[in-house]
Design a protein around this ligand. Structure first.
Ligand code: CU
Length: 75
């Protein structure tokens, strides 16, 4: 099980939180998604590798944009 943390732009309310959580939860290997709307921080628990392009597309599909991605992944 690995933890991934990144930031998302454009979220402002509980609706945004639900939309991002739903899109990311649907990705293969994702077990848990925690979204902080105020800071834009998203923490994902996953048991399969997550590609930046896949996560960015899921966030885009939800209507938001990936702001940052960790440069040193340990999974
Ligand atoms: Cu919203």
């Amino acid at each position: 099980m690995a933890e991934l943390e990144f930031w998302v732009d454009g979220m402002s309310c509980a609706h945004c939180e639900r939309a991002v959580t739903a899109e990311l939860s649907a990705l293969d290997g994702v077990d848990d998604v925690r979204v902080d709307v105020v800071s834009g921080r998203v923490q994902v628990t996953h048991d399969a590798p997550l590609l930046q392009a896949v996560v960015a597309q899921a966030i885009h599909d939800a209507g938001y944009e990936l702001r940052s991605w960790p440069t040193d992944l340990h999974d």
